[in-house]
Design a protein around this ligand. Structure first.
Ligand SMILES: *Cc1c(COP(=O)(O)O)cnc(C)c1O
Length: 457
């Protein structure tokens, strides 16, 4: 049976009947104009009716260099002439070896080992499990009291139980309270929604002070602190005060805890450096990488760890120091081949310099939006941005969430052949790193058009 070439209508009917979508309220799913993607070409998604849409969120933040990118396609096809998959449990494969070596060449000097998994949530949970076990068996003598993890409010590290436990987005997390483990919740860097009598500088200082106080209060119990460098992504594209990561890293170190940086969203070039922590000059104990690692092709994630951490897991097997964690598809060869091709593109196309240039282009194009009567805040870090829509920015009045303004704006942007997906009323821009200047224009125009279509001025 040829399974291609079904009509959009037929596919929609079967989609409604058979598929349960992630993060999707199904009662309104069909009304919000979902695409039925049948192909992708460069920076565009192609719908079953043949319409092309500019992929403004890089297929949820993972596509770096477009769809059907020749070098990655070629690497995947070539890998199929060798092997698709074999296990990494007590065993290895050439692609996983080469990728680890190449990744570590790009990573901060503090990191010496790569542990693979297959999504961002697991990459963070692995770092947490490693940190917990590290404290039981590190060479300075066990510190078994270090069993607590600290995260920040509005943090997002994924949807599995451990990742949710450390996260700080109540909308995603509150339902699952009974099955989560306790963690310490630090403050959120959000400064836009501050009280009227507070300046932004004061709000920023308050955030830093609260962070410090939380670390001080729990210092001796902390196994590790988890931070998303650069920007809290899913929490609403929230930026940090300048210099915060560097300060926080020192604070965590002084408390004797380990630092886990979740770069699932901001790693892989988004910041203008390969990893956002490099832009801030910070050397973490763990670095979690996923989304863009394969250029957005297949699910491969990596938890990078220091040699110090790794060495605490060495010893005769009967001592039980082994890290007992692994997934069936860990180190998948097709995925690793795609990731190696992705790193090749970084080298061959001088991607990071281009991202730094386009960061300015995006900032310039977004600048006029500040004057829009329903734009409250614009937050950008590297080639990532969030435009926060407000009913009345002057009085900081939000839209009623029932109106789904963000979702409707993104829906309207489809008229301009742009695909976007918001976070509440924050319109997210996470385009492929290879996006052109003209396409950046098109994205920003589509947002403006979308707002004006949806909101009565
Ligand atoms: C998306 C994301 C995750 C989770 O990654 P999945 O692959 O969706 O499990 C974790 N951390 C951050 C910062 C993310 O943006």
């Amino acid at each position: 049976m040829n399974t291609r070439g079904f009509s959009k209508q037929q596919l929609e009917q079967w989609d409604d009947r058979y598929v349960w979508h992630p993060f999707t309220p199904h009662s309104i799913y069909r009304d919000e104009r979902p695409l039925t993607v049948v192909a992708g070409e460069g920076h565009h998604l192609i719908d079953a009716d043949g319409t092309k849409y500019l992929d403004g969120v890089g297929s949820i933040w993972c596509n770096l260099f477009g769809h059907q990118r020749e070098e990655i396609d070629e690497a995947v096809r070539e890998q199929l002439d060798h092997i698709a998959h074999s296990t990494l449990l007590g065993n290895t494969n050439d692609r996983a070896v080469i990728l680890a070596k190449r990744l570590l060449e790009w990573a901060p000097d503090s990191l010496g080992k790569v542990f693979y998994s297959d999504n961002g949530s697991t990459s963070v949970e692995i770092a947490m499990k490693m940190a917990l076990q590290f404290w039981q068996q590190h060479d300075g003598g066990a510190e078994n009291q270090r069993t607590t993890f600290m995260g920040l409010s509005n943090a997002y590290s994924g949807d599995t139980i451990g990742a949710v436990s450390i996260g700080g987005i109540d909308l995603f997390h509150s339902r699952f309270g009974p099955m989560l483990f306790e963690s310490v919740r630090g403050p959120s860097p959000v400064t836009y929604h501050r009280p009227d009598n507070q300046t932004r500088a004061d709000a920023e200082q308050q955030f830093v002070d609260q962070f410090d106080a939380t670390v001080d209060e729990h210092g001796d119990e902390l196994a590790a602190v988890v931070i998303e460098p650069g920007m809290q992504g899913a929490g609403g594209m929230i930026t940090y005060p300048d210099g915060f990561l560097k300060h926080a890293a020192q604070k965590v170190r002084d408390a004797g805890a380990l630092l886990i940086l979740d770069e699932v969203a901001m790693g892989m070039g988004r910041s203008g450096e390969m990893f956002a922590c490099q832009r801030e000059g910070v050397d973490p104990d763990f670095l979690c990488v996923a989304k863009g690692l394969t250029g957005g092709y297949t699910p491969v994630a990596a938890t990078l760890a220091t040699d110090r951490v790794y060495e605490a897991f060495l010893g005769p097997p009967e001592e039980g120091r082994t890290f007992f964690h692994g997934h069936t598809y860990t180190g998948n060869a097709i995925g690793c081949a795609a990731a190696i091709a992705t790193l090749d593109i970084f080298e061959n196309d001088d991607v990071l310099a281009e991202v730094r240039r386009k960061e300015k282009v995006l900032a310039d194009r977004l600048e006029p939006l500040w004057d829009h009567p329903h734009v409250g805040d614009i937050r950008q870090y590297g080639l990532a941005a969030g435009v926060e829509l407000m009913a009345d920015p002057d009085s900081r009045t939000k839209f009623d969430s029932v109106d789904r303004i963000g979702a409707n704006v993104c829906c309207a942007a489809r008229d301009k052949h742009v695909f976007l997906r918001p976070l509440g009323d924050v319109i997210v821009l996470m385009p492929p790193l290879s996006i052109t200047d003209d396409e950046i224009d098109q994205l920003v125009e589509a947002i403006e058009y979308g707002i004006d279509e949806v909101v009565d001025l």
